[in-house]
Design a binder for this molecule. Sequence first.
Ligand SMILES: Nc1ncnc2c1ncn2[C@@H]1O[C@H](COP(=O)(O)OP(=O)(O)OP(=O)(O)O)[C@@H](O)[C@H]1O
Ligand SMILES: [Mg+2]
Length: 362
Amino acid sequence: MAYNKNTPYNDLPDLPPKSLQLSPEIYKNLISASRHLAELNGLCSSIPEPQLLINTIVLQESKDSSAIENIVTTQDELYKATTEITEATQSAKEVLSYREALYRGLESMRKHKGLLLTKTMVEIVKTIKNNEAGIRNTPGTALKNAISGDVIYTPPCCEDEIIQKLSALEKFINDDELSELDPLIKMALIHYQFESIHPFSDGNGRTGRIINALYLVQQELLSMPVLYLSSFIIKNKALYYQLLREVTEKENWKDWVMYILNGLIETSQTTVQKIKKLLELKEETEAKMKKVLGASYNHDLLQLMFTLPYLKIEVLEKRGLAHRQTASTWLKKLSDSGILVPQKVGRTNYYVNEKLIGIFSE
Ligand SMILES: Nc1ncnc2c1ncn2[C@@H]1O[C@H](COP(=O)(O)OP(=O)(O)OP(=O)(O)O)[C@@H](O)[C@H]1O
Ligand SMILES: [Mg+2]
């Protein structure tokens, strides 16, 4: 039967696609993407405190991925919410749920011997949406043009059909013997397939983008989840939607795969740049701090400045870094010398690592 965007696409074929041709162009991009990704992974492995980096990068991804769904926050607002400076806005809450979902996804994958299972996907969406909805079991879900209201795509219906397609996808993801395809090509196919199954009534885009990151870790292309396509997708959003549609409507796999590979190349490069800037800033800050604080230099304080860009005396006390008097002296000296920037919110004095925030809000 001919494809019809107005009726549930129950004919969506399982992966791998029969019509996918790996052209020289695709190979060229594939090699480039693999190299850039390997460079990023190498850089990450050389970092003494990777957790610090992961936190920052994951927070930025949470913001970007949510922004695709028009959940808009600023880096500043998020940091304030994580430090409980101001009450989190609804948007900030959803962004922080996204971050939690990503961590839970990783945890779930570890728990299941590295397998990326349907139940992990369900756990991710429940965490993002903070509800128990899970897999769609009523008809009526369709993707519509936000302005005209015209139907763009109607995903498969209903629960049994969806579960069947998800379990085929699960097999494709986890069984490396099933196809000879390179994992980066597979990632592109998996993302299309997941979005086309569209198993949930909301949160499919965000869940799909988390799955991408988990898959790179599963395939050991990255030892930690530091690469995200969301900022690339925001910049090339219309094309993202168009190419998903073109795969469905005319099996245009080539441009879709190229799009994802380009995203991987561009994002690996910008991420490498950001990490390098972060490392430089940290070194520079350490040297300055040693001058300013002399014998009372404290490495945990440096760490904390790069974990929580908004600091106040109480945080230093609470973390057992110093008593009030010392903490206050430190922060005063750091702001007098321009390393941290003082900012008053309500009646509390904060000391802000503005340069760090700058790197990740570019
Ligand atoms: N024609 C299409 N075919 C398949 N999937 C599509 C198509 N157009 C868009 N999508 C996917 O659907 C997602 C939106 O679905 P949904 O609203 O459930 O997810 P979300 O996470 O709430 O939103 P968003 O992805 O906008 O952040 C898009 O991000 C995209 O990945
Ligand atoms: Mg949505």
